[in-house]
Write a protein that binds this ligand. Sequence first.
Ligand SMILES: NC(=O)c1ccc[n+]([C@@H]2O[C@H](COP(=O)([O-])OP(=O)(O)OC[C@H]3O[C@@H](n4cnc5c(N)ncnc54)[C@H](O)[C@@H]3O)[C@@H](O)[C@H]2O)c1
Ligand SMILES: [Zn+2]
Length: 410
Amino acid sequence: MDMNSINIEEIVKQVLSGMAGNSASAAPAAASAPAAGGEIPKVAHVAMLTGLEHFDVKEFPMPEVGDDDILVRVEGCGVCGTDAHEFKRDPFGLIPVALGHEGTGEIVKMGKNVKKDSAGKELKLGDKVVTCMIFKDDPDITMFDLNKQNVGGADVYGLLPDDDIHLNGWFSDYILIRKGSTVFNVSDLDLDSRILIEPCAVLVHAVERAKTTNILRFNSRVVVQGCGPIGLICIAVLRTMGVENITAVDGNEMRLNFAKEMGATETVNFTQHQGIEALAGAVKDSFGGHLADFAFQCTGSPVAHSNIYKFIRNGGGLCELGFFINGGDATINPHFDICSKEITTVGSWVYTLRDYATTFDFLKRAKGIGLPMEKLITHRFALEDINEALKTNLEMKGLKIAIVNDSKNR
Ligand SMILES: NC(=O)c1ccc[n+]([C@@H]2O[C@H](COP(=O)([O-])OP(=O)(O)OC[C@H]3O[C@@H](n4cnc5c(N)ncnc54)[C@H](O)[C@@H]3O)[C@@H](O)[C@H]2O)c1
Ligand SMILES: [Zn+2]
């Protein structure tokens, strides 16, 4: 089911229920009353990407909330690499589009049929939520069916074609969550943690994929190559699992220092080693003369993919997760790199719904063991400054850039 047919259905439903004298405003008071935060305004503000490298914050009428819908007052939303690609080049051909898929906020109104989230937890006004996927081909899919399957190919708020409602992305002050969406009650997580859920789910999934090799163990020596948000969160997930022998590889000293704060035991700056033999030697030295048992490739660089095999011992394992989009071909030597060393490799892409739910627990555990997760969000911008936020992301000035609506939280 695509979003346009949902809208038409909604409109037909509203017209019919209006004719029967049973309009949305006649829904039970408890379900339609505004949240403690006050009245719901008449208009919503949505940052629409209206041209390349240009957002306009537009006003739209606050939509009707159907029986299966949830109106959420947005608190914040992370800026993702995908948003940056869309901002610069519109590879998905979506302009004009309401972007923002790493968002979270508070339920201010919900339809009478909405009772539970996608994990079976109750939903009520004032609860804090995040969304995951919209299963356009199979709206009846549940998180438990997807235990072994990732959710690539489904729709997601923040990357939908524009429609008559317009409140389709999390770079906004209100979003309308419609029937068929996956939504999770995450009221027990603070705002920063909720903004980090989506990228963290990528790493929970990657580590689950790595575990299927049976090589990643309690005392494993692990290389994490690339210390952007993805590599840094990878280190955090490994730490919450009790893996403590981690070498981080990057060319940026600030990021390598942060990798240490996140729990890496050693760091290797690849710019300080000429040639792959010297670089592999530095990784070996970092483990006291041993190569790694397991490696996570967290850069989008084909050269980095070619290099990483040299860091891994015979019989070791590799998880490649650095290429969310096509980054080109990489050269390897099949004999030396894979065959004679008997390397076990897994690829990892996005996550399952089950991983999403696991991520909520991961975030609590990370805080519990003192990992500085909140420091991953280095910049917080107001919605009206979204163009600057995207530029900051493209200039790679910080780590995670976020739009945060309430100035008290910035
Ligand atoms: N598998 C998935 O589902 C998934 C999801 C999200 C992102 N990704 C991918 O993960 C990658 C990393 O994401 P990010 O947000 O952390 O990106 P980022 O660009 O912020 O970080 C990449 C880091 O890799 C470092 N790097 C570059 N070349 C290197 C090399 N040869 N050796 C060591 N380090 C090197 C850079 O200095 C940088 O710090 C991206 O390419 C993205 O496409 C994958
Ligand atoms: Zn993302």
